[in-house]
Design a protein around this ligand. Structure first.
Ligand code: SAH
Length: 349
């Protein structure tokens, strides 16, 4: 088991099991999380004899810490940095650092590929390879910190994959982000397109594992009615919009946290002001926030991005019905902004 993801107590126990005094565990913690060490050989405060022994006993195919390798980086004019990383077993995944003056948000992947196959999503075109383990998600945050020489302030699970198909690893990651990297739950957003029966489990497991669920839950809605939602999101057939919204209401009741809704805007498909009105009707009485995401065109995509006027009209229609709404600024458009695009382009090449 990789050391990345272990807390101070677990690292102390690991050091002791190796016949070392427990303070070595605290040194490991400082170097792995504080200084971003990629290998134990870098940790100069550890005794040379121990490091040599560990180098000989290294787990097959990998190292002790469990960092990924950088395969490629791509920097957009607006400062958004996208990294293509390789896992120990040679799979590639994307992670993105999105800077503003006050924030550095890391958009992490929770799976390699994704089985949900949403029609507008580049990742969904390739199917699922496998779910990521906690160290492979934490590595993305450390890799962005290292590449951008800045401490991430926020983490969003909006990269490749469906986090609710990997709940245990996602919660272990959130746990470690707080405990080991000082990134509180309030700075973390988990985005899901909806998986039957998963929201009650998420709430229950978050309360059990983290003591509370204070991260933001964002739900990808994308349509005001079941028929259109099914067309865009094939998996929605097994999880009707009414059931999804009912689960969201229960999630709010159990966790005391608001849910936010994401709505991708596809020109001529779901961006009519009347659709905004229907959406507002669906969300009536719901303490929620709607985040509009103008579609980022992908290769062989069948959709188009609506004009700024059209986006504005949709936003106004929601506002008139007193729905709290914001439009997500598109970042990194010159560098394959949509999730999964960089990987698709590079693996096709
Ligand atoms: N599986 C999760 C999280 C990953 S995607 C989910 O679906 O929520 C994060 C967000 O990006 C989702 O709202 C997704 O619908 C959206 N997205 C995917 N492809 C996009 C594209 N080409 N343009 C704009 N948003 C996109």
């Amino acid at each position: 088991m990789p050391l990345l993801g272990l807390g101070p107590g677990e690292l102390e126990a690991w050091a002791q099991a190796q016949g070392q005094p427990s303070f070595r565990g605290r040194q490991l913690h400082e170097w792995i999380y504080g200084r971003g060490a990629r290998g134990l050989e870098e940790i100069s405060v550890l005794p040379k004899a121990w490091r040599d022994r560990l180098a000989q006993d290294a787990p097959p195919g990998g190292d002790w810490i469990g960092r990924s390798r950088e395969l490629h980086r791509s920097l957009a004019r607006d400062g958004t940095l996208k990294l293509l990383l390789a896992t120990a077993d040679g799979l590639s995944l994307e992670t993105v650092g999105i800077p503003t003056r006050e924030r550095l948000t890391v958009c992490v992947s929770s799976q390699v590929g994704c089985p949900m196959a949403c029609r507008f999503c580049a990742t969904g075109k390739g199917g699922l390879q496998r779910s990521l383990e906690p160290h492979e998600i934490l590595d993305q945050v450390l890799s962005i910190r290292e590449a951008m020489e800045r401490r991430p302030s926020h983490v969003v699970f909006m990269g490749m994959g469906e986090p609710l198909l990997n709940i245990d690893a996602v919660l272990a990651t959130i746990d470690s982000l707080g405990r080991d990297l000082g990134l509180s739950q309030r700075r973390i957003t988990l985005s899901t397109v909806g998986v039957p029966r998963a929201l009650p489990r998420l709430a229950e497991k978050a309360l059990a594992r983290l003591g509370r669920a204070q991260f933001t839950l964002a739900v990808s809605l994308h349509a005001p009615d079941q028929a259109l939602r099914e067309e865009l999101i094939p998996t929605a057939r097994a999880y009707p919009l009414d059931a999804l919204l009912a689960d969201c209401r229960r999630y709010v009741a159990v966790t005391g946290r608001r849910v936010s809704f994401e709505y991708i805007l596809l020109g001529g498909v779901n961006d009519h002001p009347r659709q905004a009105e229907r959406l507002a009707d669906r969300l009536r009485g719901f303490q929620s926030h709607v985040n509009l995401i103008p579609y980022n065109p992908i290769e062989d995509g069948d959709f188009r991005r609506p004009s700024p006027q059209r986006v504005e009209a949709f936003r106004e229609a929601l506002e008139r019905r007193r729905v709290a709404v914001s439009v997500r600024a598109s970042r990194g458009l010159d560098q394959d902004a949509a999730c999964g695009q960089l990987r698709r382009r590079l693996t096709a090449a």
